[in-house]
Design a protein around this ligand. Sequence first.
Ligand code: PMP
Length: 428
Amino acid sequence: AALHVSTQSQVAHRAKRVDVTTQYLDLFSRLIEGSDGGKREFLELGRLAGQFPAASVRDAGDASRISVWCSNDYLGMGQHPAVLDAMKEAVDQYGAGAGGSRNIGGTNHYHVLLEKELAALHGKEDALLFTSGYTANDGALSVIAGRMDGCVVFSDALNHASIIDGLRHSGAQKRIFRHNDPAHLEELLAAADPEAPKLIVAESVYSMNGDIAPLAEIADIAKRHGAMTFLDEVHAVGMYGPQGAGIAAREGLADDFTVIMGTLAKGFGTTGGYIAGPAPVIEAVRMFSRSFIFTTALPPAVAAAALAAVRHLRSSDAERERLWENARLMHRLLNERQIPFISDQTHIVSVLVRDEALCKRMSRLLLEQHGVYVQAINAPSVRVGEEILRVAPGAVHTTGEVEKFVEALDQVWRETGAERVPAAGQEA
Ligand code: PMP
């Protein structure tokens, strides 16, 4: 919602500065109050967890603390000793901040090492770091789609906000294909100008559904129509594929996707985002991307920590195996209790509530009665009527904790009289 300040009343108030200020503040107050109560409660719940000083996945077993079931630090790398040591060492060596943007004094040895490591992880020529996955998508897509004259972009309906914003900034024409529907993608491509440059953008693991894109079909369609491909593997890197290289790598399709995009903030436990791809594409993004150029680089210590996390997960399968055991167990236990969830393809277990008020009530009951924090996800993160509890079992949760969590959810399900569904765990 936009704020409208009436010019007339500005004039009327010009003489009385205090009143003008009040008027502006009132506008923002009204904006907050005017937004639906749902959004406010969502934020409130999010803040609640922050009131517990040491709440983290690691503390899930400590009864005096709330246990967190919606962390994106899926593999616990944010607490891993190798990562913490690397970070501390780099802080001592290089200090707390980068001191500048990447092109003006802010590039550190660790940024370069990390970019090399990420390029190697994905088997690509080059990689480029950003300060977040959000800015990576925004900056990379605005350049890739924006600098190809007449480019038409084909984007999955459930693509993340950062993809949507990057494509908006590119100014390119956009066609939305139905979620994970290659037939629809094909149809849209066939209808486009055969001469126009084309770009297909998808995620491998969808952040809210926890389902996986039909990558082989997308790659095949892209080839037949001569389209470039951009794959967001934010919820897959570290967790899937050989060395944690993601779903495309797991399916032997990494070469079929021109650009692979990832984050350092989920499986790799730190913060930052990146793209990996052919040298000319990466170089063009480096040269023209505003979200790369006009901001301070990641702190070297963050790059060092991320580097340690990537290296560790390239050589260790233990975290991935634990994550998958917990995810499998949760799928099975939920199915036994007939608690519906969207997909059993990944570790993102989106428990389907389909009612905003009920979803929030469940989240609150879990927190207040069971010491379990799992965020209710409402619009605009999901569509109205598709509200979920987005549960993320992590590698550091124990088997007992997964069992306890499902038990708590089962009690809340009973208490609220929520519907049970026999064929749960099937793809929606
Ligand atoms: N892409 C997807 C699919 C995401 O879910 C997210 C964040 N949840 C991002 C990109 C942005 O990543 P980051 O949190 O590193 O900014």
